[in-house]
Design a protein around this ligand. Structure first.
Ligand SMILES: Nc1ncnc2c1ncn2[C@@H]1O[C@H](COP(=O)(O)OP(=O)(O)OP(=O)(O)O)[C@@H](O)[C@H]1O
Ligand SMILES: [Mg+2]
Length: 253
């Protein structure tokens, strides 16, 4: 279903205004299958707004969003999720008293119920429980699977959130600050989980943790005041005087 002609996500001229405030301005961004890109920029640059425009949580003021060549700009969020565009949230969306396994089972059942047949090909018709177990293994949550999520370390809870999103079998995954609030001793869990994501999944990571960004992304987009300042390899971005000024000059909180 996802042939070599698959183009993935193509954003063109995307803008968003809140009243007189321009929060996204003429953004062009490509996220082909297998992409590992990061979106960075100071607080208030418009990173989360961009994620909300792509996932359909917010309507754009102008511009187009195409997915595999189809204009999806007018589709609402559930319709885009069915197309395979998913985002994890900055806030926690788990059922704290239920076990890891019970939490992960819910989106698997929901996806099957809604018949998200157009999403990334499933591995045969493995039963729900087998699929839940595969997700548990993928995020190395096996030893914690029967524990209530509120008994887990915060970094581990973020892994469960990622597993929940992956249960929807997305083809585009936007991670909005996956390491926010995670103690530095646990951020390696997030890095490893991103490294184990399906190879053909298109991934955009929004993050302030530069160590994480440089580990997982092979292309970095810098957003400043709603506009793309530059996009480049980690080496190019690390060597860009304007980016260094932004991050060393105290603009970043
Ligand atoms: N619903 C809204 N109405 C009005 N202004 C908004 C709305 N949502 C966001 N903004 C403004 O848009 C700008 C961009 O916000 P956004 O949350 O996208 O930034 P961000 O880059 O994700 O920041 P952070 O790094 O702090 O998460 C900010 O100035 C914010 O105040
Ligand atoms: Mg944000």
């Amino acid at each position: 279903m996802q042939g070599p002609e698959s183009k993935g996500l193509e954003v063109r001229g995307l803008s968003k205004h809140f009243g007189g405030l321009t929060v996204s301005e003429n953004i062009d961004l490509d996220l082909p299958p297998g992409a590992r890109k990061a979106l960075i920029g100071p607080n208030g640059a418009g990173k989360s707004t961009f994620a909300n425009l792509v996932t359909g949580i917010l309507p754009p003021s102008s511009g187009t969003i195409r997915f595999d060549g189809e204009d999806i700009s007018a589709l609402n969020e559930p319709a885009r999720v069915r197309r395979g565009i998913a985002k994890t949230f900055q806030i926690t969306t788990l059922f704290p008293s239920l076990s890891v396994r019970e939490n992960i089972r819910m989106p698997v059942i929901e996806r099957k119920r809604l018949g998200y047949s157009m999403l990334r090909a499933a591995n045969g018709d493995a039963g729900t429980e087998a699929e839940v177990q595969t997700l548990i293994d993928q995020f190395e949550l096996g030893p914690l699977a029967e524990r209530p999520v509120d008994s887990l370390a915060y970094g581990q809870q973020r892994l469960v959130e990622m597993a929940l999103t992956l249960a929807l079998k997305p083809r585009v995954l936007i991670l909005d600050e996956p390491a926010a609030g995670v103690p530095s001793s646990e951020t390696h869990l997030i890095v490893e989980a991103i490294e184990r994501l399906p190879k053909d999944l298109a991934v955009l990571v929004i993050e302030h943790d530069m160590d994480l960004v440089f580990r997982v992304a092979n292309s970095i987009i810098v957003l400043v005041a709603g506009q793309i300042l530059t996009e480049g390899t980690p080496q190019q971005i690390a060597g860009d005087a304007r980016v260094r000024e932004l991050y060393l000059g105290g603009a970043h909180g």
